[in-house]
Design a protein around this ligand. Structure first.
Ligand SMILES: Cc1ncc(COP(=O)(O)O)c(C=O)c1O
Length: 464
């Protein structure tokens, strides 16, 4: 829990009373997110996507109505307008991540997955350059091991402890003979665990290049690349402020980009191509990585998004999310069946220490077996509470959390083969097996009522 008076906004101004903060967020919700209450919706899937504020859209529409935007790869005036948008947005991204522009560059991509793929496909994997990933990684990081394996690079996994935190990561790194690329998430999209950011510096000191998946962390935390000097950072902007979709970024150290080997070239990435001579020359730095025309009209919407975050202040947002997370954790953990049997199993930390605003859990029946997550998700939908069910593209954390018998799971999967369905797998594994969970996550416009409505959905499975 946050101690009163122990935190400050981004400008270092002390924020005296949490009550002031609650009023601040309530007013912001009334002003900017009125559609939530108008539709009687409790939205609790901020790890899936943030929600945009009305003022972001108004500012974006005003800019589009006023401006004449051309393709940025030209020299005419409308092209310069778009180039200016891109340059200003790159500067905003670097400012948001407290990154030195002399050290880091911003490659705009379609989303975090595309940013991760840019690194995976160009990293010089080989027998002496492997890939180390965390069991907690999103599939969009996990997929990089296909590039590593194809190049003959060894792949290692950093395991998780019972709280789904990295288990002695530095010791594991030290024991790995080869160096190469280490990837881990700053925050888990499954459990909400915040992994130790100082691992970045420690791994780099051991000779690893570090790819930090910041997609789930930066929406509600300040990240300083001066303090956390990751080689590569991936993120999606709709996760920060809801709009635009289809824009992400790879923020990378320029020297680290220089060690990558692009597998191809595309429009926008080359200074020249000669068909006669079969030669091409890539542009310097980040420009060699931005394939084709960036989403310049969408990128024009980043400035109002950053303005929203700046008007709130990241430390105030972190504290707000932490307060609501505590309420949700306490509310879920206190639920029981009428006979006293636990109603909820929470995966990962049950306090707010070292975690963000994402909570994974299962509802349990009286016998302690998981209620199929589809039923919980469906009841939430019926009651206007948006929570997510499944494994959230994080198979490592899910499997570590759910446990179970791998031999039995293999036999069931082999048996189902081409006829795989979740229901079939559940039937085969038996009622005590867990094949998916619920995830509730809070964000900027969330209030206590949203959280209480999620708790009420879950409580209804205990007959409350
Ligand atoms: C931690 C993490 N990494 C990567 C991604 C992939 O992001 P996107 O789907 O925007 O590419 C997500 C999306 O949920 C995520 O939570």
């Amino acid at each position: 829990m946050i101690a009163e008076g122990s935190w400050s906004d981004n400008a270092g101004m002390p924020l005296t009373q949490p009550a002031d903060t609650e009023t601040f967020f309530e007013e912001l919700r009334r002003r900017e997110f009125a559609r939530l209450d108008a539709s009687n919706l409790a939205y609790l899937d901020f790890t899936g996507s943030a929600l945009y504020a009305e003022s972001q859209i108004e500012a974006h529409v005003r800019e589009l109505e006023r401006g004449v935007f051309g393709n940025p790869h030209s020299a005419h005036a409308p092209s310069h307008v778009s180039t200016h948008v891109l340059d200003a947005a790159r500067a905003d991204v670097l400012r948001q991540l407290d990154a030195d522009p002399a050290t880091y560059g911003v490659v705009f991509t379609a989303n975090a997955s595309a940013a991760l793929k840019l690194v995976g496909e160009a990293y010089p994997f080989g027998p002496n350059a492997g890939f180390v990933l965390a069991t907690d990684n999103h599939n969009s990081v996990r997929g990089i091991h296909e590039y590593a394996k194809r190049a003959g690079g060894p792949v290692h996994e950093l395991p998780l402890d019972d709280e789904l935190r990295l288990l002695e990561p530095e010791e594991h790194l030290q024991a790995i003979e080869t160096r190469g690329l280490l990837a881990f998430p700053a925050q888990s999209n499954f459990s909400g665990v915040v992994h130790p950011l100082d691992l970045v510096g420690r791994a780099r000191a051991l000779g690893f290049d570090v790819l930090l998946d910041a997609a789930a962390y930066v929406p509600t935390h300040a990240l300083s690349l001066r303090e956390t000097p990751a080689d590569f950072v991936a993120l999606s902007f709709y996760k920060l402020f809801g709009f635009p979709t289809g824009v992400g970024a790879l923020v990378a150290r320029l020297d680290a980009l220089g060690r990558l080997v692009r597998p191809w070239f595309a429009g926008g990435t080359v200074t020249y191509v000669s068909v006669f001579l079969d030669r091409y020359h890539l542009r310097p730095g980040y420009e060699a990585f931005e394939d084709g025309t960036p989403n310049f009209l969408g990128i024009a919407a980043l400035a109002p998004g950053f303005s929203l975050l700046n008007s709130v202040g990241m430390s105030r947002l972190t504290a707000h999310v932490q307060r609501l997370t505590a309420r949700l954790l306490d509310g879920l953990a206190s639920l029981t069946h009428r006979d006293g049997a636990p109603l909820v199993r929470i995966y990962g930390p049950i306090s707010t220490v070292g975690r963000g605003g994402t909570i994974a859990f299962n509802v349990l029946d009286r016998a302690g077996n998981p209620v199929p997550f589809e039923e919980v998700e469906g009841r939430g939908r019926d009651l206007g509470v948006a929570m997510r069910g499944g494994c959230f593209c994080n198979p490592g954390a899910s499997e570590r959390a759910f446990g179970g018998d791998p031999g039995r799971a293999r036999a069931c999967l082999d048996g189902l083969h081409d006829h795989f369905t979740l229901a079939g797998l559940r039937d085969c594994l038996g009622p005590s097996a867990t094949v998916g969970a619920m995830r509730a996550s809070v964000g900027l416009p969330t209030n206590a009522r949203d959280v209480d409505r999620a708790i009420e959905v879950v409580a209804s499975f205990g007959g409350h």
